[in-house]
Design a protein around this ligand. Structure first.
Ligand code: ZN
Length: 287
């Protein structure tokens, strides 16, 4: 059985901490390097529900995409929700390791997993990492479809292939427009509009899009309009958990570790319900 320090070294090789953004908080949050590891759980969010799942599973290590603490703290008291997470982890001898923006830009990374879930062929990073001589690392991915689809068909594919959430997929732009090329970025893609425009793609799939940027993006683009597909943040990043688990599985096999690697299927997207409009009257006046 490997020690935590050995497993962490393997994870750090996949997602080196120095490749994370300067504002990010990645790496090991909780854990004794000498502790033995036999069971690992991957999840998007280090929330109590997931930690409880790790306890039930008998996991020794929880690997999440989102950090527990992004800024400094002066308390891990169990009366706070993050402090309770820390207490539960330590009491149950479960380590927590975070791979966030260093997993976003990795090769393969979060957006490769998202593209893979939709059967998109990755062509290149949307925002290449200048330090990668192979030009494969970076934020987001520019992808091609095997066969052109309408935006509506592509949204249906995303709704079918990504894990189910209350939000589903929202579309901005012409649902009947044809998509041959698409940029994808797991998580919040609001800041990538300029790069998507420059990439010359037909559509952009990401999460957390807002009214004004979305309206400007779909209306004011030359030479042709682009469509937006907005999925739940959690759903766009969850495919990475499966990819990452498979990567650790492969390492475990190679090193003869015999790790049991699991992926949480618990939906931790904060949005829990969605009421579709029941009237086509958009005048705002009650019927
Ligand atoms: Zn995220």
């Amino acid at each position: 059985m490997p020690r935590l320090s050995e497993v962490i070294t393997a994870l750090e090789n996949l997602w080196p901490a120095e490749r994370a953004e300067s504002w990010d908080a990645v790496g090991t949050v909780v854990g004794d390097p000498d502790q033995e590891v036999s069971r690992v759980l991957f999840a998007v969010d280090p929330v109590q529900e997931i930690v409880d799942e790790a306890v039930k599973l008998g996991a020794d290590l929880l690997v999440t995409h989102h950090p527990l603490y992004l800024r400094g703290t002066t308390t891990v008291a169990a009366s706070t929700f993050k402090g309770r997470v820390v207490h539960t982890l330590i009491k149950n001898d479960i380590a927590l390791h975070v791979a966030h923006t260093n997993a976003d830009t990795a090769d393969p990374g979060v957006s490769d997993a998202l593209a893979g879930a939709l059967d998109l062929r990755v062509v290149r990073p949307l925002v290449p990492d200048a330090t990668d001589p192979d030009g494969r690392r970076g934020l987001g991915r520019v992808c091609e479809l095997d066969h052109p689809l309408t935006v509506r068909e592509l949204a249906a594919r995303a709704a079918e292939r990504l894990p189910a959430t209350a939000q589903g997929i929202r579309v901005a732009g012409d649902p009947e427009a044809t998509v041959r090329t698409i940029a994808v970025s797991g998580g919040s893609g609001d800041s990538l509009f300029d790069q998507v425009r420059a990439a010359g793609v037909d559509a952009f799939l990401t999460a957390d899009l807002r009214h004004h940027p979305a309206a400007e993006f779909t209306a004011a683009v030359a030479p042709r309009p682009l469509a937006l597909l907005d999925a739940a943040h959690w759903a766009t990043e969850w495919p990475w958990c499966e990819l990452a688990a498979a990567q650790l599985d492969e390492i475990s096999d190679r090193k003869g570790w015999d790790l049991r690697v699991h992926v949480s299927k618990t939906v931790t997207d904060p949005w829990t319900a969605h009421a579709a409009s029941t009237t086509t009257d958009t005048s705002g006046a009650p019927n």
